[in-house]
Design a protein around this ligand. Sequence first.
Ligand code: 13P
Length: 247
Amino acid sequence: MTSPRPLIAGNWKMNGLSPALAEARAVADGVGVTTARVAICPPAILIHRMVQALAGSTVLIGGQDHHWDDAGAFTGDTSAAMLADAGAQLVILGHSERRAGYRESDDVVGRKVLAALRAGLEPIVCVGETLEQRQAGEALNIVRSQVRGSLPDALAGTAFSVAYEPVWAIGTGLTPTTPEIEEVHQAIRSTLIDMFGEAARAVPILYGGSVKPGNAAEILHASEVGGALVGGASLKAEDFLGIIRAV
Ligand code: 13P
C-alpha cells in the first residue's frame, strides 16, 4: 500500500502584506531536497503575487477557504475557481477558526469540498475537538463525526488530506502527547478506510496546533502522522524550514 508523501503546509491566516512575499521566497530558496511536499497558504489577495514570487520553485500555494458556490451574488466572497485561477493548487477547508467564527457546519464544509474538486483544488480538510470536548472524553467521537460529515463520497479517488487540529492546541503552545496524537490519527485513518476503502491508507493525515521546529520531529515521526499544518511558525522562513527539515 502506498504510504502518503508527507505534506507540510503553512497557514498564514490573516497575516502577511507584500513584504511577506520575501519570507515565502526564502522558504522556496531554502527548502532543498526533501521528501515532503511543501505548501504555503497565504491570504487570497497575495496568492497571485506569491505565484510570481515563487516562480521555478517546488513550493505549492494554497487558499485558506472559499465559497461553496461557483459564482454569483455573494458580496465579499471568493470562489474555488478564483483561487485556482490565481494559481492556487490546494485549499484549507473547515478550519476550526471558520467552524467557530463563521458557524461552518460539517455540511457547509462538505459543500466547499465539492466546490474545491470542481475547481481542481486539492482540499486539506480540518477537524478537531475543543478542550471541553476532550475533557468530556468526546475527542474521538467528535473527530470521527467531523470526518464523516465533512468528507463527501466524491473525494474517492481524488487527492486530498485531513488535518487533525485540536482547537485547544492552536496558537496556545500546548500540544497533545504523542500517544494522544496517534490515537486520534488512528481513529481518522480507520474512519477514512471505512468510508473510502483501503485506498484511504494513502491519504495524508496532518497534525496541526503549535507545531514548532523544536517539537516537529517527534510529531512528524509519530504513527499515522503524514505531515503538519503550521500556523504561527509558518510566518518566518527560518522556523518553517526547521519544521520541513524535521520530516
Ligand atoms: P498554530 O501553529 O499557530 O498553533 O496554528 C495552527 C493552525 O491553526 C494551522 O491551521
